[in-house]
Design a protein. Structure first.
Length: 193
């Protein structure tokens, strides 16, 4: 009997890739004219490199869909198209599904506080997301310096606080190479700041 490898990707992944590209088509990265899909591809790549299942890889592509592109209705569409496990991970990666969003600090505090209650599959996708974000911040700090912080609602102090809190939480809740990679980026971010 042949078994499918844990990280085997099928047509479902291809469908999710097209779906993510379509729903985020007009969105750009913060403070840049870079298509937002670059972030989604980066998160999926990190998740896959970290050993993601197909459901996790799909959720990595869709992790911001609820927050940025349709709220609860978008989550139901994801559930219908890609299944309960993908929808669960996407929901776990979402810090707000309402417009207007609650205040930034309250959202981030609630998200960090929720991490101990999330399953490993969701934490692993969240680590991939935050790793890609931290890598982009570090790269931008080298190129643009302190002005990078003006892109973020939390500013320099809030952003550094949030990434340190995430790093500490991931180190405790999901120890391993993925959380260590993220921690190294956070250390570098703090050093450059």
């Amino acid at each position: 009997m042949t078994t499918t490898p844990k990280n085997h990707l099928t047509d479902r992944f291809d469908e999710a890739l097209v779906y993510a590209s379509c729903i985020h088509r007009d969105q750009r990265r913060k403070g840049a004219d870079i298509p937002y899909v670059s972030h989604l591809l980066g998160v999926a790549a990190i998740a896959i490199e970290n050993g993601a299942t197909e459901d996790q890889a799909i959720a990595a592509l869709l992790h911001d869909a609820v927050e940025d592109q349709g709220g609860a209705a978008r989550l139901e569409d994801i559930r219908t198209r890609f299944g309960e496990q993908v929808a669960r991970i996407v929901a776990d990666c979402t810090d707000s599904d309402t417009e207007p969003k609650p205040p930034w600090r309250a959202r981030k505090e609630a998200y960090v506080a929720s991490l101990p209650h999330k399953p490993a599959a969701s934490l692993e996708v969240s680590i991939a997301d935050k790793t890609h974000n931290a890598g982009a911040i570090v790269a931008d700090l080298y190129v643009h310096g302190e002005q990078v912080w003006t892109r973020f609602t939390g500013g320099k102090d809030g952003s550094l606080w949030y990434y340190r809190e995430l790093s500490d939480a991931f180190a405790e809740l999901a120890p391993g190479m993925a959380s260590e990679r993220f921690a190294r980026l956070v250390d570098e971010m703090e050093r450059l700041a």
